[in-house]
Design a binder for this molecule. Sequence first.
Ligand code: HEM
Length: 353
Amino acid sequence: MTTTSRPLPWTDDVEAKQPHEDEHVRRCIDSMLRVNAMTFDRHRHGYRATHAKSHGFLRGTLTVHEDLPPELAQGLFATGGARHDVVVRLATESGQLDDDRKPNARGLSLKVFDVEGETMEPGTTTQDLLFNTLPVLGPGTAQKFMELSEIRERHFSDESAMTAEIQARPDAEQLTSFHRLVGNIHPLAHAYYTQGALGYGEHVAKIAVRPGTPEQEALAGREVTDGDDGSVLRALVESWATDRETVFDVGVQLRTSEDMPVEDASVDWSQEESPYRSVATIRLPPQQPYSAARRVFGDDRLAFRPWHGLAAHRPLGSVNRLRRAGYEELGKQRTDLNAVEGTTMRSASELPD
Ligand code: HEM
Protein backbone atom coordinates (compact mmCIF):
# COMPACT_ATOMS: atom_id res chain seq x y z
CA MET A 1 0.00 0.00 0.00
CA THR A 2 1.29 3.45 -0.84
CA THR A 3 1.13 5.99 1.94
CA THR A 4 1.71 9.69 1.41
CA SER A 5 0.72 12.72 3.41
CA ARG A 6 -0.19 14.44 0.14
CA PRO A 7 -3.85 14.11 -0.89
CA LEU A 8 -4.48 11.44 -3.49
CA PRO A 9 -6.23 12.56 -6.69
CA TRP A 10 -9.92 11.84 -7.30
CA THR A 11 -9.86 9.36 -10.17
CA ASP A 12 -12.64 7.14 -11.55
CA ASP A 13 -11.15 4.06 -9.95
CA VAL A 14 -11.68 5.27 -6.35
CA GLU A 15 -15.20 3.84 -6.79
CA ALA A 16 -16.08 0.27 -7.76
CA LYS A 17 -19.69 -0.84 -8.15
CA GLN A 18 -20.25 -3.77 -5.77
CA PRO A 19 -21.53 -7.24 -6.79
CA HIS A 20 -25.38 -7.29 -6.91
CA GLU A 21 -25.43 -3.63 -5.88
CA ASP A 22 -28.60 -2.73 -7.82
CA GLU A 23 -30.48 -5.58 -6.14
CA HIS A 24 -29.21 -4.54 -2.69
CA VAL A 25 -30.26 -0.93 -3.30
CA ARG A 26 -33.76 -1.98 -4.39
CA ARG A 27 -34.25 -4.42 -1.50
CA CYS A 28 -32.99 -1.85 1.02
CA ILE A 29 -35.29 0.94 -0.16
CA ASP A 30 -38.29 -1.42 -0.38
CA SER A 31 -37.68 -2.61 3.17
CA MET A 32 -37.32 0.97 4.47
CA LEU A 33 -40.54 1.97 2.66
CA ARG A 34 -42.42 -0.86 4.40
CA VAL A 35 -40.98 0.10 7.81
CA ASN A 36 -41.87 3.73 7.22
CA ALA A 37 -45.45 2.72 6.40
CA MET A 38 -45.63 0.78 9.69
CA THR A 39 -44.30 3.83 11.54
CA PHE A 40 -47.01 5.88 9.89
CA ASP A 41 -49.65 3.45 11.13
CA ARG A 42 -48.27 3.74 14.65
CA HIS A 43 -48.57 7.55 14.71
CA ARG A 44 -50.88 8.36 11.76
CA HIS A 45 -48.22 10.83 10.68
CA GLY A 46 -45.32 10.45 8.23
CA TYR A 47 -41.80 10.84 9.62
CA ARG A 48 -38.31 10.59 8.16
CA ALA A 49 -37.25 6.94 7.83
CA THR A 50 -34.21 7.91 9.90
CA HIS A 51 -33.67 11.04 11.98
CA ALA A 52 -37.38 11.36 12.71
CA LYS A 53 -37.12 13.36 15.93
CA SER A 54 -35.81 16.89 15.51
CA HIS A 55 -34.23 18.94 18.29
CA GLY A 56 -34.00 22.30 16.56
CA PHE A 57 -33.64 24.27 13.33
CA LEU A 58 -31.20 27.14 12.94
CA ARG A 59 -30.48 29.73 10.26
CA GLY A 60 -27.15 31.54 9.79
CA THR A 61 -24.10 31.75 7.57
CA LEU A 62 -21.05 29.77 6.49
CA THR A 63 -17.88 31.73 5.74
CA VAL A 64 -14.94 30.15 3.92
CA HIS A 65 -11.53 30.87 5.49
CA GLU A 66 -9.20 33.24 3.63
CA ASP A 67 -5.95 31.92 2.19
CA LEU A 68 -6.65 28.19 2.25
CA PRO A 69 -3.85 26.12 0.68
CA PRO A 70 -4.70 24.88 -2.85
CA GLU A 71 -5.57 21.33 -1.76
CA LEU A 72 -8.27 22.71 0.61
CA ALA A 73 -9.49 25.58 -1.61
CA GLN A 74 -11.77 23.31 -3.65
CA GLY A 75 -15.46 23.16 -4.58
CA LEU A 76 -17.63 25.04 -2.09
CA PHE A 77 -14.47 26.20 -0.32
CA ALA A 78 -12.63 27.48 -3.42
CA THR A 79 -13.03 31.20 -2.70
CA GLY A 80 -11.60 32.62 0.52
CA GLY A 81 -14.06 34.91 2.32
CA ALA A 82 -17.11 33.58 0.40
CA ARG A 83 -20.20 33.77 2.60
CA HIS A 84 -23.38 31.70 2.19
CA ASP A 85 -26.66 31.50 4.07
CA VAL A 86 -27.24 28.12 5.75
CA VAL A 87 -29.98 26.16 7.48
CA VAL A 88 -29.18 23.48 10.08
CA ARG A 89 -31.42 20.71 11.45
CA LEU A 90 -30.51 18.70 14.57
CA ALA A 91 -32.09 15.27 15.11
CA THR A 92 -31.67 11.71 16.43
CA GLU A 93 -30.90 8.82 14.05
CA SER A 94 -33.86 6.56 14.76
CA GLY A 95 -36.93 6.53 12.52
CA GLN A 96 -39.07 6.64 15.68
CA LEU A 97 -39.73 9.45 18.17
CA ASP A 98 -37.44 7.93 20.79
CA ASP A 99 -36.88 9.11 24.34
CA ASP A 100 -33.77 11.33 24.40
CA ARG A 101 -32.47 9.52 27.50
CA LYS A 102 -31.86 6.52 25.24
CA PRO A 103 -28.39 6.89 23.72
CA ASN A 104 -28.59 6.84 19.92
CA ALA A 105 -26.52 8.51 17.22
CA ARG A 106 -27.42 12.17 16.70
CA GLY A 107 -27.48 13.89 13.31
CA LEU A 108 -26.82 17.33 11.91
CA SER A 109 -28.10 18.36 8.47
CA LEU A 110 -26.61 21.37 6.72
CA LYS A 111 -27.94 23.20 3.67
CA VAL A 112 -25.67 25.81 2.11
CA PHE A 113 -27.45 28.23 -0.25
CA ASP A 114 -26.39 29.85 -3.54
CA VAL A 115 -23.37 27.71 -4.28
CA GLU A 116 -21.43 28.41 -7.47
CA GLY A 117 -20.42 25.76 -9.95
CA GLU A 118 -21.83 22.70 -11.72
CA THR A 119 -24.44 20.92 -9.59
CA MET A 120 -25.33 17.21 -9.70
CA GLU A 121 -29.08 17.75 -10.12
CA PRO A 122 -30.07 20.38 -12.70
CA GLY A 123 -31.75 23.43 -11.22
CA THR A 124 -30.48 22.98 -7.64
CA THR A 125 -28.47 25.76 -6.05
CA THR A 126 -27.68 24.28 -2.62
CA GLN A 127 -24.95 22.10 -1.18
CA ASP A 128 -26.57 19.68 1.29
CA LEU A 129 -24.25 17.88 3.72
CA LEU A 130 -25.45 15.32 6.27
CA PHE A 131 -23.54 14.29 9.37
CA ASN A 132 -23.78 11.77 12.22
CA THR A 133 -21.95 11.59 15.55
CA LEU A 134 -19.52 8.72 14.74
CA PRO A 135 -16.71 9.13 12.16
CA VAL A 136 -17.75 5.85 10.50
CA LEU A 137 -21.00 4.26 9.28
CA GLY A 138 -21.13 0.73 10.82
CA PRO A 139 -23.14 -0.86 7.96
CA GLY A 140 -20.64 0.68 5.55
CA THR A 141 -21.77 -0.89 2.26
CA ALA A 142 -25.13 -1.00 0.49
CA GLN A 143 -25.32 -4.74 1.24
CA LYS A 144 -24.73 -4.29 4.99
CA PHE A 145 -27.18 -1.39 5.13
CA MET A 146 -29.80 -3.54 3.37
CA GLU A 147 -29.20 -6.41 5.80
CA LEU A 148 -29.61 -4.10 8.79
CA SER A 149 -32.76 -2.56 7.28
CA GLU A 150 -34.28 -6.00 6.77
CA ILE A 151 -33.46 -7.00 10.35
CA ARG A 152 -35.13 -3.82 11.57
CA GLU A 153 -38.17 -4.66 9.46
CA ARG A 154 -38.40 -8.26 10.70
CA HIS A 155 -38.44 -7.09 14.32
CA PHE A 156 -40.25 -3.78 13.94
CA SER A 157 -42.23 -4.26 17.14
CA ASP A 158 -39.72 -6.30 19.13
CA GLU A 159 -36.47 -4.53 19.92
CA SER A 160 -35.03 -7.38 21.98
CA ALA A 161 -35.54 -9.86 19.11
CA MET A 162 -33.84 -7.38 16.78
CA THR A 163 -30.87 -7.05 19.14
CA ALA A 164 -30.67 -10.85 19.49
CA GLU A 165 -30.53 -11.34 15.71
CA ILE A 166 -27.81 -8.72 15.34
CA GLN A 167 -25.79 -10.07 18.29
CA ALA A 168 -25.79 -13.54 16.73
CA ARG A 169 -23.97 -12.24 13.65
CA PRO A 170 -20.19 -12.16 13.29
CA ASP A 171 -20.41 -8.48 12.28
CA ALA A 172 -22.54 -7.53 15.33
CA GLU A 173 -20.02 -4.96 16.56
CA GLN A 174 -20.03 -3.22 13.19
CA LEU A 175 -23.83 -3.18 12.82
CA THR A 176 -24.57 -1.97 16.33
CA SER A 177 -22.08 0.88 15.98
CA PHE A 178 -24.71 2.44 13.69
CA HIS A 179 -26.63 3.62 16.77
CA ARG A 180 -23.67 4.07 19.09
CA LEU A 181 -23.45 7.38 20.86
CA VAL A 182 -20.24 8.23 22.68
CA GLY A 183 -21.55 10.43 25.48
CA ASN A 184 -25.22 11.38 25.65
CA ILE A 185 -24.44 15.08 25.88
CA HIS A 186 -25.78 18.45 24.75
CA PRO A 187 -26.40 18.22 20.96
CA LEU A 188 -24.43 21.42 20.28
CA ALA A 189 -21.30 19.91 21.88
CA HIS A 190 -20.93 16.89 19.55
CA ALA A 191 -18.64 16.57 16.55
CA TYR A 192 -20.60 15.38 13.48
CA TYR A 193 -19.13 13.49 10.49
CA THR A 194 -20.18 12.69 6.90
CA GLN A 195 -19.00 9.11 7.59
CA GLY A 196 -18.95 8.34 3.87
CA ALA A 197 -16.44 9.83 1.46
CA LEU A 198 -17.20 12.55 -1.05
CA GLY A 199 -15.38 14.27 -3.88
CA TYR A 200 -13.39 17.29 -2.85
CA GLY A 201 -12.60 19.01 -6.15
CA GLU A 202 -9.38 17.37 -7.30
CA HIS A 203 -9.30 15.13 -4.23
CA VAL A 204 -11.49 12.88 -2.04
CA ALA A 205 -12.40 13.70 1.57
CA LYS A 206 -14.66 13.27 4.56
CA ILE A 207 -16.07 16.38 6.25
CA ALA A 208 -16.87 17.13 9.90
CA VAL A 209 -18.50 19.97 11.84
CA ARG A 210 -17.34 20.57 15.39
CA PRO A 211 -18.24 23.05 18.15
CA GLY A 212 -16.50 26.31 17.29
CA THR A 213 -16.02 28.04 20.64
CA PRO A 214 -14.69 26.95 24.06
CA GLU A 215 -18.09 27.84 25.60
CA GLN A 216 -19.88 25.53 23.20
CA GLU A 217 -17.29 22.75 23.71
CA ALA A 218 -17.91 23.08 27.45
CA LEU A 219 -21.56 22.06 26.86
CA ALA A 220 -20.16 18.51 26.64
CA GLY A 221 -20.26 18.62 30.44
CA ARG A 222 -24.07 18.65 30.23
CA GLU A 223 -24.89 14.95 30.14
CA VAL A 224 -28.42 13.64 29.75
CA THR A 225 -29.45 11.74 32.89
CA ASP A 226 -32.37 9.55 33.94
CA GLY A 227 -33.78 12.58 35.77
CA ASP A 228 -34.15 14.50 32.50
CA ASP A 229 -37.29 14.83 30.42
CA GLY A 230 -37.67 12.53 27.36
CA SER A 231 -37.40 15.54 25.04
CA VAL A 232 -34.55 17.22 26.90
CA LEU A 233 -32.45 17.67 23.74
CA ARG A 234 -34.90 20.14 22.23
CA ALA A 235 -34.98 22.04 25.54
CA LEU A 236 -31.16 22.14 25.67
CA VAL A 237 -30.88 23.49 22.12
CA GLU A 238 -33.60 26.04 22.85
CA SER A 239 -32.08 27.26 26.08
CA TRP A 240 -28.69 27.83 24.40
CA ALA A 241 -29.66 29.10 20.96
CA THR A 242 -32.42 31.53 21.96
CA ASP A 243 -29.98 34.08 23.31
CA ARG A 244 -26.51 32.95 22.27
CA GLU A 245 -24.66 32.53 18.99
CA THR A 246 -24.02 28.91 17.97
CA VAL A 247 -20.73 28.34 16.14
CA PHE A 248 -19.43 25.29 14.27
CA ASP A 249 -16.05 24.77 12.66
CA VAL A 250 -16.07 22.91 9.32
CA GLY A 251 -13.11 20.54 8.94
CA VAL A 252 -11.94 18.44 6.00
CA GLN A 253 -10.06 15.13 6.16
CA LEU A 254 -8.32 14.60 2.81
CA ARG A 255 -7.77 11.06 1.54
CA THR A 256 -4.01 10.67 1.65
CA SER A 257 -3.58 6.89 1.57
CA GLU A 258 -4.93 3.82 -0.20
CA ASP A 259 -5.64 2.53 3.32
CA MET A 260 -8.54 4.98 3.41
CA PRO A 261 -11.23 3.04 1.53
CA VAL A 262 -14.07 4.71 -0.33
CA GLU A 263 -16.28 1.66 -0.88
CA ASP A 264 -16.52 0.69 2.80
CA ALA A 265 -17.67 3.56 5.04
CA SER A 266 -17.18 1.40 8.16
CA VAL A 267 -13.40 1.82 8.01
CA ASP A 268 -12.06 4.73 10.02
CA TRP A 269 -9.62 6.99 8.16
CA SER A 270 -6.68 7.64 10.47
CA GLN A 271 -6.85 11.15 11.86
CA GLU A 272 -3.16 10.87 12.74
CA GLU A 273 -2.35 10.24 9.10
CA SER A 274 -4.79 12.92 7.89
CA PRO A 275 -6.31 15.23 10.52
CA TYR A 276 -9.48 17.25 9.92
CA ARG A 277 -8.29 20.68 8.76
CA SER A 278 -10.44 23.76 9.28
CA VAL A 279 -11.88 25.33 6.09
CA ALA A 280 -14.91 27.40 7.17
CA THR A 281 -16.97 28.70 10.09
CA ILE A 282 -20.74 28.37 10.56
CA ARG A 283 -22.33 31.14 12.66
CA LEU A 284 -25.94 30.85 13.79
CA PRO A 285 -27.12 34.01 15.58
CA PRO A 286 -29.50 33.89 18.55
CA GLN A 287 -32.98 32.75 17.45
CA GLN A 288 -35.94 30.62 18.46
CA PRO A 289 -35.02 27.14 17.08
CA TYR A 290 -38.29 25.31 17.66
CA SER A 291 -41.31 27.55 17.05
CA ALA A 292 -44.43 25.67 15.95
CA ALA A 293 -44.09 27.11 12.43
CA ARG A 294 -40.45 26.00 12.22
CA ARG A 295 -41.20 22.50 13.51
CA VAL A 296 -44.03 21.91 11.04
CA PHE A 297 -42.03 23.27 8.09
CA GLY A 298 -38.81 21.51 9.14
CA ASP A 299 -40.27 18.14 10.05
CA ASP A 300 -42.95 17.77 7.41
CA ARG A 301 -41.87 19.74 4.33
CA LEU A 302 -38.13 20.34 4.45
CA ALA A 303 -35.83 17.86 2.71
CA PHE A 304 -32.05 17.49 2.79
CA ARG A 305 -30.62 15.44 -0.08
CA PRO A 306 -27.01 14.14 -0.12
CA TRP A 307 -27.06 14.33 -3.93
CA HIS A 308 -28.15 17.98 -4.00
CA GLY A 309 -24.84 19.74 -4.31
CA LEU A 310 -21.82 20.49 -6.42
CA ALA A 311 -20.41 17.90 -8.81
CA ALA A 312 -17.12 18.72 -7.05
CA HIS A 313 -18.55 17.09 -3.88
CA ARG A 314 -20.27 14.02 -5.37
CA PRO A 315 -20.98 11.44 -2.60
CA LEU A 316 -18.86 8.32 -3.15
CA GLY A 317 -19.11 4.61 -2.33
CA SER A 318 -22.00 2.13 -2.38
CA VAL A 319 -23.82 3.53 0.69
CA ASN A 320 -23.82 6.91 -0.98
CA ARG A 321 -25.01 5.51 -4.32
CA LEU A 322 -27.82 3.83 -2.33
CA ARG A 323 -28.74 7.22 -0.88
CA ARG A 324 -29.37 8.81 -4.29
CA ALA A 325 -32.70 7.03 -4.86
CA GLY A 326 -33.21 6.26 -1.15
CA TYR A 327 -33.77 9.81 0.02
CA GLU A 328 -35.94 10.66 -3.00
CA GLU A 329 -38.31 7.70 -2.58
CA LEU A 330 -38.53 7.77 1.21
CA GLY A 331 -38.78 11.55 1.31
CA LYS A 332 -41.64 11.43 -1.21
CA GLN A 333 -43.41 8.77 0.86
CA ARG A 334 -43.15 11.07 3.90
CA THR A 335 -44.68 14.09 2.15
CA ASP A 336 -47.32 11.95 0.38
CA LEU A 337 -48.41 10.43 3.71
CA ASN A 338 -48.86 13.90 5.17
CA ALA A 339 -50.38 15.30 1.95
CA VAL A 340 -47.96 18.22 1.93
CA GLU A 341 -45.61 19.59 -0.70
CA GLY A 342 -41.97 18.83 0.08
CA THR A 343 -39.27 21.42 -0.47
CA THR A 344 -35.50 21.39 -0.75
CA MET A 345 -35.61 25.21 -0.35
CA ARG A 346 -34.03 27.91 -2.50
CA SER A 347 -33.42 30.50 0.21
CA ALA A 348 -32.76 30.39 3.97
CA SER A 349 -35.49 33.02 4.40
CA GLU A 350 -38.09 30.29 3.69
CA LEU A 351 -37.42 28.86 7.18
CA PRO A 352 -40.19 30.39 9.30
CA ASP A 353 -39.30 32.28 12.50
C1 HEM B 1 -23.38 7.80 4.93
C2 HEM B 1 -23.76 8.14 6.15
C3 HEM B 1 -25.10 8.75 6.46
C4 HEM B 1 -25.28 9.92 7.16
C5 HEM B 1 -24.19 10.79 7.76
C6 HEM B 1 -26.71 10.15 7.21
C7 HEM B 1 -27.29 11.22 7.87
C8 HEM B 1 -28.62 11.55 7.79
C9 HEM B 1 -29.20 12.72 8.39
C10 HEM B 1 -28.46 13.75 9.23
C11 HEM B 1 -30.53 12.73 8.08
C12 HEM B 1 -31.57 13.77 8.46
C13 HEM B 1 -31.87 14.62 7.25
C14 HEM B 1 -32.86 15.71 7.53
O1 HEM B 1 -32.66 16.45 8.53
O2 HEM B 1 -33.80 15.86 6.75
C15 HEM B 1 -30.79 11.56 7.29
C16 HEM B 1 -32.03 11.23 6.76
C17 HEM B 1 -32.25 10.13 6.02
N1 HEM B 1 -31.35 9.12 5.73
FE1 HEM B 1 -29.35 9.16 6.10
N2 HEM B 1 -27.37 9.15 6.55
C18 HEM B 1 -26.43 8.27 6.07
C19 HEM B 1 -26.67 7.13 5.35
C20 HEM B 1 -27.90 6.73 4.89
C21 HEM B 1 -28.15 5.57 4.08
C22 HEM B 1 -27.10 4.57 3.59
C23 HEM B 1 -29.48 5.55 3.82
C24 HEM B 1 -30.18 4.50 3.01
C25 HEM B 1 -31.09 4.77 2.08
C26 HEM B 1 -30.08 6.71 4.47
C27 HEM B 1 -31.42 7.05 4.42
C28 HEM B 1 -31.98 8.19 4.96
C29 HEM B 1 -33.37 8.60 4.74
C30 HEM B 1 -34.41 7.84 3.94
C31 HEM B 1 -33.54 9.82 5.41
C32 HEM B 1 -34.83 10.65 5.48
C33 HEM B 1 -35.09 11.36 4.14
C34 HEM B 1 -36.32 12.22 4.15
O3 HEM B 1 -37.39 11.78 4.61
O4 HEM B 1 -36.23 13.35 3.64
N3 HEM B 1 -29.09 7.40 5.11
N4 HEM B 1 -29.60 10.86 7.13
